[in-house]
Design a protein. Structure first.
Length: 258
């Protein structure tokens, strides 16, 4: 510790000791004076003694505060600097704890739910105060095959990233496949019949879906024919069904060999 600081502290200690001693002497003398006054009622005497005690205590606190004000100011500034540094150093930790509090209060998902958090999609396998672990699915909006990767997502992302709950897609999902070909030279009825036959062929080949697929015809900017088929299929076989439909439509509209 620097000698100047030691000297300053020594002066403050001496001043504090003198203040305490002086106020103690004043307190003793004032109480003795009150008690020696003849003819003073007891309740007035007690009130006066209490006033003396409280007054000297207030003077002591004010005096000590004035004596130690520079040191207290320096200590407060140091404490503030330490607090700011601590907040900066633990900013991510505080954000993770805040995200965990948000998750616990709003309960957007639970362990076992299928979720999409930003670009991460998968099943929640565990979560704690700092992070959430997700068994990841394959990339793509319609992919639900597990990749075998477990991704750890810090809870701080919950404060700024939307969370989509996909558990309703466990059983079935809406899959869409689009085929773009040159106009086959068929009339509207023949074209629709060819696509319907392709769907029958795909289903006969083992492609699974529920209900009747929706078929939509349109053209691209280059004048090509776009055939879009939307179907509801079991989640595990949705991609397989969409691929089978694509291949069946292409085979049905393939130009005949010359």
């Amino acid at each position: 510790m620097p000698p100047e600081l030691l000297q300053l502290l020594s002066l403050d200690v001496v001043a504090s000791a003198l203040l305490v001693a002086g106020l103690l002497v004043v307190r003793i003398l004032a109480i003795r004076f009150v008690r020696t006054r003849a003819g003073m009622p007891d309740h007035v005497q007690r009130r006066s003694i209490s006033a003396v005690k409280n007054g000297t205590l207030i003077l002591l606190l004010v005096g000590l505060a004035l004596i130690w004000a520079p040191q207290l100011r320096t200590f407060a500034l140091s404490l503030t600097a330490v607090a700011v540094a601590l907040v900066v150093a633990t900013k991510e930790l505080i954000a993770c704890l805040s995200g965990a509090l948000l998750r616990a209060s709003s309960r957007p998902f639970s362990v076992g739910d299928w979720v999409e958090i930003g670009e991460v999609r998968g099943e929640v396998v565990d979560h704690d105060m700092l992070a959430t672990r997700i068994d990841a699915f394959a990339a793509g909006p319609g992919g639900f095959q597990r990749t075998g990767e477990v991704i750890t997502v810090p809870n701080s992302v919950f404060l700024s990233t939307p969370i989509r709950r996909l558990s309703a897609l466990r059983a079935q999902v809406v899959a869409t496949t689009a085929v773009v070909v040159d106009p086959p030279g068929l009339g509207p009825d023949a074209l629709r019949a060819a696509v319907e036959d392709a769907l029958v062929t795909a289903r006969a080949g083992g492609a699974l879906w529920e209900g009747e697929p929706s078929v939509r015809f349109s053209t691209t900017d280059l004048g090509r024919l776009r055939i879009e088929v939307t179907l509801t299929a079991p989640t595990r076989s949705a991609e397989t069904a969409a691929s089978a439909v694509t291949l069946a439509v292409l085979a049905a509209l393939r130009p005949p060999a010359a």
